[in-house]
Write a protein that binds this ligand. Structure first.
Ligand code: ADP
Ligand code: MG
Length: 714
C-alpha cells in the first residue's frame, strides 16, 4: 500500500489515549499514514559531542557528572540548581518549576546532557536541556548521544517524546508494506532510496548523510508528481475541443465577431470590443493590444483558454479583462470576475457599470455581504442567463451560485487565491448548459520568476503586458528617517493644498507589543495634531464592509484628503487623484508589497510621490533593501532583486499564497531537482500516455488510489 493509504486511526498505536488523539487531530494527524507523512521540522545532530567548554559553538552535547544540588529563591519560588562537570568545564543546570529533578539527577552519577548553555552570573548555565542517565534503558526513548533527533511540530498536550515513540511504532508496524511510488528505473538512475527506507530515514536518520539522501528522495518524488500532474493536465487540455455547432450560413453576420453572436442567438451587436474602445478617452497601449489579440485568438480557438496575464501595477489589466468579457458576451456566454477583496470587487463592478452597461451588457455584483433577498434575485437571474457578467469575491464559489452558460472566468490578483478556490469556480463552468470548461484568464501584478512560471504553470500560456499607459510620470520616491517625518508631513501638506490626496500606510492595525506605529493611533494623531485642517479617514481589514465602502467612495470623490490604511490598499485600488503614498516602517514590508503600494499612486497625469519612512533603528541591510525601491520602478526587476537579497524560496506571493504546498520541496529553491523531475515526468507521459508500462504502473496506481496533493491543480 502507499503511505497515504494507511487509514488506520492513530488510536490503534499503543499509548494514544483520547487526549493525545485530540491533540494529534488538532494538527491534522488522524491516520497513521498522516502521522508518517508529517516530517520533522528539523533534526538535532547529537552524533557530534560538544563539550561544556565549547558551549558557545552550539547546543552542548556531552556526558556530565552531577556535583551538587543547591536551592535558591527565584522570586518567591524555591528553585533547584544542579552543578555539573564534564571533562572540560563546570556548569549549572537551573531547574525552574522542576523541583522533582532533585531525585532524577543523582549526585555523583553520570548523565547525558543536551541543551543550550549561556555564560551568566559568572557561570555556564542552562535552563533548557534534555538529559538521560548514561546507563539508562536505551529502548525507552530516543534520547541519548550518538543519534540524530527528529524535532516535530507540537501542540498543546502533545510531547516530543510521545510523537517520537508513536512514529517509531508506526514505522515498525507498517514499513514492510509500504510501496514505492517512483518508477524503478528512475530511482536507480538517481540512486534514490526506496519509499520505505526514505520514510524511516527522514524520521530517524542514522547519519546526516543518510538524512540528506532521504530528503533528496522524498523531494524528487514530490516534484515528480507535481510535474506528472501538470503534464497530465496539459494532455487533458489538448483532448478537450470546443464543440463547433453546425453553422447556418444565413445566420452569419458580415463581421467576424458577428458570427459567434448569431450562433448563440443573442441580439448583441457585433464588435462590442470596438464599441468600448471607441468610447474610451484613450487608446490601448501596445502591450494591451498584443495581449488582447492573444486572448481573442484563444477564445476563438479550439481549446479552452488557460492564460496567465502578468502586467505591472497600473499597466491596465482591468480593461483587458473587460474586453475579454465582451468577447464572451458575443459568444453568448457569461463571465465571472473574481477579486480577492470586496473593495477591489466593488471597484471593478463600478467600472464595469460605467464601461459595459452602456453597451447593453448586464453587470451584477456579488459578495458575502449582499442581503439575502437581493442575493436570491441575483442568483435566479444568473441561472436564467439574464446576467452577462458577475463580479465578486469568493462568494462566487458558493454552492448555490449557478450559471446558465459560464464561458469566461477572470481571476484578478490571482496570487491571492488558493488553488482549491480556482478549481471550484472553474467547475461552475463545466456545470453549465454546454458542459464546456470555461476560458480562464488569471491576472497578476506579482511577477513570477520564469523558472516557476514554466514549471509550475507549465500548461498555462503566459502573456505579459509590457509598458504603462502613456503620460504617466515616473513616481518620485524618497527614503526618510522617522526622525525626519515632520519634513515629509510638511511636503504632503503642500500637495494637499494644491488639491492632491494622500495615503498613509502602517504595518499594524492597532497598537501591539512591538514598538511600531499603527493605523488606528496614527489616524488619531494625524487628524488632531498634524493635519487638523484636513479630513482624514481610516480603513483596515477589521472594519465592516459597509464602512470600508463608504470610506473608499468618499476618498474617490475627493471628500477625504488623507486615507490612513494598512496594506489592505495594496491590491487594485485605483484613485488617480491620490498622488502621495507615505509608508511608515517601510522596512517592515517586503519589496513586492512596497512596489504594489507605490503603484497606488502615479495613476493620473500629475506628478506622484512615494515616501518610504524607516525607523531610526533600522538595520543597514534593511536600508539596502529599501534602496532597491529608489533605483527601480519595474516590478519584475524589483522581484528579482528581492530574490537575490532574500535568497530563493522567499518570494512574496509565491510560497505563502497557495501556488503549491509540498512537504519538503520548494520549487524555487530546489529548481535543479524540479527540472530533472519535469524532464522525467514529461518523457514518461510522452512515451506512455496511459501509464500502462509495468515500470509506470506505480505512478498510475498512486494517482488513482491516493493522489498526492490534490489541491495543486489550477
Ligand atoms: P492594473 O494593471 O494595476 O490592474 P488598472 O487596470 O487598475 O491597472 O489601470 C490603471 C489605470 O490606468 C486605470 O485608471 C485605467 O483606467 C487606466 N488605463 C488603463 N489602460 C489605459 C490606457 N491604455 N491609457 C491610459 N490609461 C489607461
Ligand atoms: Mg488590477
Amino acid at each position: 500500500m502507499f503511505v497515504r493509504e494507511i487509514r488506520d486511526p492513530v488510536a490503534k498505536l499503543t499509548g494514544v489515549g483520547s487526549v493525545t488523539e485530540t491533540a494529534l487531530a488538532r494538527i491534522g494527524i488522524t491516520t497513521i499514514g498522516s502521522l508518517l507523512c508529517r516530517y520533522p521540522r528539523k533534526w538535532e545532530d547529537r552524533t557530534r559531542l560538544v563539550p561544556l567548554k565549547e558551549f558557545h559553538k552550539g547546543p552542548v552535547c556531552t556526558i556530565v557528572r552531577i556535583l551538587a544540588h543547591h536551592w535558591f529563591y527565584a522570586g518567591k519560588v524555591r528553585t533547584l540548581k544542579v552543578f555539573i562537570e564534564d571533562a572540560t568545564a563546570r556548569a549549572a543546570l537551573v531547574c525552574y518549576n522542576r523541583p522533582f529533578m532533585e531525585k532524577q539527577l543523582t549526585i555523583k552519577k553520570e548523565y547525558f546532557i543536551y541543551g543550550d548553555f549561556v555564560f551568566k552570573y559568572g557561570e555556564i548555565q542552562s535552563n533548557a536541556f534534555n538529559y538521560e542517565p548514561v546507563t539508562g534503558d536505551k529502548t525507552v526513548a530516543y534520547i541519548g548521544p550518538g543519534r540524530i533527533f527528529p524535532i516535530y511540530p507540537l501542540t498543546k498536550d502533545l510531547r516530543m517524546t510521545s510523537v517520537r515513540s508513536l512514529v517509531k511504532q508506526a514505522l515498525g508496524a507498517y514499513l514492510p508494506v509500504i510501496e514505492d511510488e517512483i518508477p524503478k528505473t528512475i530511482r536507480e538512475r538517481y540512486h534514490l532510496l526506496t519509499k520505505a527506507r526514505a520514510l524511516h530515514a527522514i524520521h530517524f536518520p542514522e547519519s546526516m548523510k543518510e538524512l540528506e539522501k532521504a530528503k533528496k528522495s522524498l523531494m524528487y518524488e514530490e516534484l515528480f508528481y507535481l510535474e506528472v500532474i501538470i503534464g497530465k493536465r496539459a494532455q487533458a487540455k489538448r483532448s478537450v475541443m470546443r464543440q463547433t455547432p453546425a453553422v447556418d450560413a444565413d445566420m452569419l453576420f458580415e463581421t467576424e465577431t458577428g458570427y459567434a453572436s448569431a450562433l448563440a442567438g443573442r441580439k448583441h451587436a457585433p464588435g462590442l470590443q470596438n464599441m468600448l474602445l471607441d468610447r474610451l478617452p484613450f487608446s490601448l497601449t501596445e502591450g494591451q493590444e498584443s495581449v488582447i489579440a492573444e486572448i481573442n485568438a484563444d477564445m476563438d480557438g479550439p481549446y479552452p483558454m488557460a492564460r496567465l496575464l502578468q502586467g505591472d501595477v497600473g499597466s491596465g489589466k482591468t480593461l483587458v479583462a473587460f474586453l475579454a468579457v465582451l468577447k464572451a458576451v458575443e459568444k453568448g456566454g457569461q463571465s465571472a470576475i473574481l477579486a480577492p477583496t470586496e473593495l477591489l470587487a466593488r471597484q471593478h463592478a463600478e467600472n464595469a457599470a460605467k464601461l459595459l452597461e452602456p453597451l447593453g451588457v448586464s453587470v451584477a455584483f456579488l459578495t458575502g455581504t449582499i442581503p439575502s433577498k437581493e442575493r436570491n434575485h441575483l442568483l435566479r437571474n444568473l441561472a436564467a442567463g439574464d446576467i452577462d457578467v458577475v463580479i465578486g469575491t469568493h462568494a462566487l464559489f458558493s454552492q448555490d451560485v449557478r450559471y446558465r452558460e459560464l464561458r469566461l472566468v477572470v481571476i484578478d490578483e490571482q496570487q491571492r487565491f488558493g488553488v482549491v478556490q480556482r478549481q471550484a469556480i472553474l467547475a461552475k463552468g463545466s456545470a453549465s448548459e454546454s458542459k464546456m470548461p470555461p476560458d480562464l484568464l488569471m491576472m497578476s501584478a506579482t511577477p513570477i520568476p520564469r523558472t516557476l512560471s514554466i514549471t509550475v504553470f507549465g500548461d498555462l500560456d503566459v502573456s505579459v503586458i509590457k509598458g504603462l499607459p502613456p503620460g504617466r510620470k515616473p513616481i518620485t520616491t524618497h527614503l526618510a528617517r522617522e526622525s525626519n517625518e515632520d519634513k515629509v508631513y510638511e511636503f504632503v501638506r503642500a500637495r494637499i493644498k494644491e488639491g492632491a490626496q494622500a495615503y498613509f500606510v502602517y504595518p499594524l492595525i492597532e497598537e501591539g507589543e512591538l514598538d511600531l506605529k499603527d493605523a488606528v493611533s496614527m489616524k488619531e494623531r494625524l487628524a488632531t495634531k498634524v493635519f487638523p485642517e484636513y479630513t482624514i479617514a481610516l480603513t483596515h481589514s477589521r472594519l465592516d464592509e459597509e464602512q470600508k465602502r463608504r470610506t473608499m467612495e468618499a476618498f474617490r470623490r475627493g471628500d477625504i484628503h488623507i486615507l490612513v490604511a494598512t496594506s489592505i490598499v495594496e491590491v487594485g485600488v485605483d484613485v488617480p487623484n491620490a498622488t502621495c503614498m507615505i509608508i511608515e516602517h517601510a522596512e517592515r514590508f517586503g519589496l513586492s508589497a512596497l512596489h504594489q503600494l507605490r503603484g497606488r499612486v502615479g495613476r493620473g497625469t500629475a506628478q506622484s510621490y512615494c515616501f518610504l519612512v524607516y525607523s531610526d533603528s533600522c538595520t543597514e541591510d534593511a536600508k539596502t533593501r529599501l534602496m532597491v525601491m529608489l533605483e527601480h520602478s519595474d516590478g519584475f526587476i524589483i522581484a528579482e532583486e528581492d530574490l537575490k537579497l532574500r535568497g530563493p524560496g522567499r518570494i512574496d506571493g509565491v510560497e505563502q499564497s497557495g501556488y503549491i504546498k509540498l512537504g519538503l520541496a520548494d520549487p524555487v529553491e530546489h529548481v535543479t531537482i524540479l527540472e530533472k523531475a519535469r524532464e522525467d515526468a514529461f518523457a514518461m507521459l510522452e512515451a506512455d500516455p496511459q501509464l500502462m508500462m509495468s515500470d509506470h504502473r506505480c505512478v498510475a496506481e498512486s494517482l488513482s488510489r491516493a493522489p498526492p496533493f490534490t489541491d495543486i491543480v489550477v
